[in-house]
Design a protein around this ligand. Structure first.
Ligand code: PLP
Length: 376
């Protein structure tokens, strides 16, 4: 007699409604994946690849993937359409019905995505930006037809404000972070982000051994981890990186109680997309279980990543990568070139067999800042 307990394979081949929906959007193209062979060689690694989300539609960041899918599902429910059938044309056909208002708080990239998605289907968007939001980011949201208000608050306070406004005016809160009692929309947003991994599955000959993921509230990183588990039959080492002023995952990991912990204060960093002090409760569950290492880094690491990607070594492609997009490459460079990190490097197996994936999640979303950093 034998007894057994056959558990589900780690890899569960799946179909993504979000990916199918994204393919119906105007001018959809997978974003490019660059293999930076000379950089890998220089860092003593087998491969370094960078997926370039500055090429995501004409929006300069990956965020539209989440916003568009959450808007689409909200509208499908409103119009009573089956999920499997939603596509751009079908949702446009329903446009004559009454207008809804989507509201969110954002550093800018997510707000731009919400504004674009609402406008596609003839609905309205209100976007709250935290104190210090750059003029270019505000204008980019307004250009999509949304109302953009800069608040005298940090990101986490702005999220609470958006929530209150949604309740007061009966607007739909389209927030990219989950908190107690608010999980459905952030889940959908994460499902939308997974399109990046579905594309990678078609672009990568071999899966990476390491993925460096930047985290704000963590929805992006958690979606990449979950998408990877669905699409690939292996477990890469997951490395999370955050700005030191907003390193809520790093600080939570130090507590060793498996609970999310917030960091407070002005969250002052050039990595505007990562300036979030409170982990998303859904993302935290995933990241806490799967990440191998957490890094809290200063702004100089992001600047270094931007410069490396802007001025590539022989034969490598140049990638225009903004502050929140380039920090993973900056960290990788620091780990591989600074002798101080030799034993950490060995521990993480960042060696000749390592093939490292980074996702440059934004282009030059603040071009004045971008130009001054890469030309310095
Ligand atoms: C460019 C960029 N990269 C990464 C992130 C991080 O995403 P999350 O807040 O889901 O961790 C953001 C969030 O706004 C972003 O704008």
């Amino acid at each position: 007699m034998i007894q057994y307990n056959l558990r589900k394979p780690f890899h569960q081949p799946s179909f993504s409604n979000a990916y199918s929906f994204h393919k119906t959007l105007p001018n959809y193209q997978p974003t490019p994946l660059h293999n930076l062979g000379s950089l890998a060689n220089n860092l003593g690694l087998q491969a370094v690849s960078v997926k370039d989300e500055s090429q995501r539609f004409d929006l300069n960041a990956f965020k539209i993937l989440g916003a568009s899918w959450a808007v689409a599902v909200s509208l499908a429910e409103y119009y009573d359409l089956p999920l499997a059938e939603i596509n751009y044309d079908e949702l446009r056909r329903c446009r004559s019905k009454s207008q809804l208002t989507f509201v969110t708080a954002t550093d800018g990239n997510h707000g731009r995505g919400v504004a674009r998605a609402a406008a596609w289907f003839n609905h309205q968007a209100v976007v709250y930006l935290p104190d210090g939001a750059s003029e270019q980011r505000v204008l980019a949201v307004q250009k999509e037809g949304a109302r953009a208000d800069v608040l005298d608050m940090n990101y986490d306070q702005a999220v609470r404000h958006a929530h209150e406004m949604a309740e007061k005016h009966n607007w739909i809160l389209l927030q990219d972070t989950a908190f107690k009692g608010y999980k459905k929309i952030p889940q959908l947003i994460m499902e939308g982000y997974e399109t990046i991994i579905y594309e990678l599955k078609e672009q990568m000959a071999k899966p990476p051994t390491h993925i460096i993921l930047q985290a704000g509230v963590g929805s992006f990183a958690a979606a990449m981890i979950r998408g990877f588990a669905k699409c690939f039959d292996c477990r890469p080492q997951i490395i999370i990186v955050e700005p030191q002023q907003a390193a809520c995952y790093y600080h939570s990991s130090l507590q060793q109680d498996n609970q999310p912990h917030a960091v407070e204060g002005p969250l002052d960093t050039i990595m505007a997309g990562l300036a979030c002090g409170e982990p998303s409760v859904i993302a935290f569950e995933i990241i806490n279980k799967q990440a191998r290492a957490f890094f809290s880094v200063d702004d100089e690491i992001a600047r270094r990543g931007m410069r490396i990607l802007a001025s590539p070594l022989n034969g490598d492609a140049a990638v225009v990568s903004g502050e929140s997009g380039a920090v993973g490459i900056g960290l990788l460079h620091q780990l591989c070139t600074n002798e101080q990190y030799q034993s950490l490097r060995a521990e993480l197996k960042l060696n000749k067999e390592a093939s490292v994936l980074c996702i440059s999640t934004e282009g030059a979303t603040d071009s004045a800042s971008y130009n001054s950093i890469v030309s310095a």
